[in-house]
Design a protein around this ligand. Structure first.
Ligand SMILES: [Fe+2]
Ligand SMILES: [Fe+2]
Length: 357
């Protein structure tokens, strides 16, 4: 974060570490101290609600190719509906005093699939009861955002963190727009009524003591850009990086804590899509990423979604601490074609938990 932005942030939120609506930017004093210090938590548990954004790579690849390729606007692609799932995770942060706070990271794609996985894990009730009060949208990509209605239907006034670089149509979807004329594109019958926090470049948003959100401006496919990334500092362990797709790059995100946060050299672990060998292709530079991540000496690497199964398997072979899944996903009403063909479990699959503490 640039110092000028810190000062702007202080002006916005008042002096010191004062929080506005529970969200605070870091204080001038902390900025002057050099590295950012947003406190510590006791533990973090991440529950994989769904990491199967689509069930078959080849089908999605063909849909996108037909529409003009990966630089086509995501709202102009006709997607094969039966292939669509979605990405969402429940992040439960345990404060030092034992108080637990739940955050929903992303809201998936296909409403029907999201209704199914939300019901399976009781997410629908948690939303209704306001056990979950915050939805963090990592980015407005198809699979992380098009299922917005599946969350809003249970809690229209949920607080939402939303990347400022999102497409205009994505902002319109919040208000109740309908793009469903194009197969696989979203409609939202429940306009958002709650607090909307639009995240901006190079700012750090403190969610609570020990947990923060950082916005990165980076290009992604299908004309998207920008991503919110969650960082938690677990006491006596170090930083946990929680991502949707990791579009800014895995090394950039892991190095962000090293460069910018107090005790940042302690990288404890990560959860989420690492966006490496997305379509199971291989490139020699992916070997470099194995060595690059290895150098960070993390303890728990929990990956799935756009990481690439092939990368995770090679990372295990290279000695990286990849957390294995339990195969619960195989009992779901739908399973990704890749997962069905594998026995290695290098992904944290649907229904799995990862504990950092
Ligand atoms: Fe994704
Ligand atoms: Fe993405």
């Amino acid at each position: 974060m640039k110092r000028r932005d810190f000062l702007k942030g202080v002006a916005l939120t008042g002096a010191g570490i004062a929080m506005s609506g529970g969200v605070g930017l870091l204080s001038k004093a902390q900025a002057q101290g050099g590295k950012e210090d947003f406190g510590e938590v006791k533990s973090v548990k991440v529950h994989c609600i769904s990491e199967t954004s689509w069930f078959d790579n080849a089908t999605l690849g063909a849909d996108i190719k037909k529409a003009g390729g990966i630089n086509t606007n995501q709202y102009d692609v006709a997607y094969t509906k039966e292939n669509l799932g979605g990405f969402a995770a429940l992040v439960e942060v345990e404060a030092l005093d034992g108080k637990k706070t739940k955050y929903l990271l992303d809201t998936g794609w296909n409403n029907e699939w999201m209704d199914y996985v939300f019901a399976k894990d009781g997410i629908d009730k948690m939303l209704k009861n306001k056990d979950i009060k915050t939805l963090i949208i990592s980015h407005d990509h198809i699979d992380h955002y098009f299922g917005l209605e599946s969350t809003l239907r249970h809690q229209p006034d949920i607080r939402i963190f939303f990347p400022g670089t999102s497409m205009k149509k994505s902002f319109d979807l919040l208000k109740g727009a309908d793009f469903s004329k194009t197969p696989g594109c979203p409609k939202n019958n429940v306009p958002h009524k709650g607090e909307l926090i639009v995240t901006k470049t190079d700012k750090l948003y403190k969610l609570q003591e020990g947990a923060a959100l950082v916005f990165f401006d980076a290009p992604a496919t299908l004309q998207c850009r920008g991503e919110n990334v969650m960082y938690c500092k677990v006491k006596n362990k170090g930083y946990v990086t929680i991502t949707g797709c990791c579009h800014p790059g895995v090394v950039t995100l892991f190095n962000h804590s090293r460069r910018n946060f107090k005790d940042g050299d302690k990288n404890y672990g990560c959860y989420g899509g690492l966006h490496i060998s997305v379509f199971e292709n291989w490139d020699p530079k992916f070997d470099d990423l194995i060595q690059g991540v290895k150098a960070l000496k993390m303890t728990k690497i929990a990956c799935n979604h756009c990481t690439g199964w092939i990368w995770a398997e090679k990372a295990v072979q290279a000695g990286l601490p990849i957390v294995h899944g339990t195969s619960k996903n195989l009992s779901y009403k739908k399973t990704g074609t890749l997962a069905k063909s594998k026995t290695s479990n290098v992904y944290i699959g649907n229904g799995d938990d990862v504990f950092f503490g």
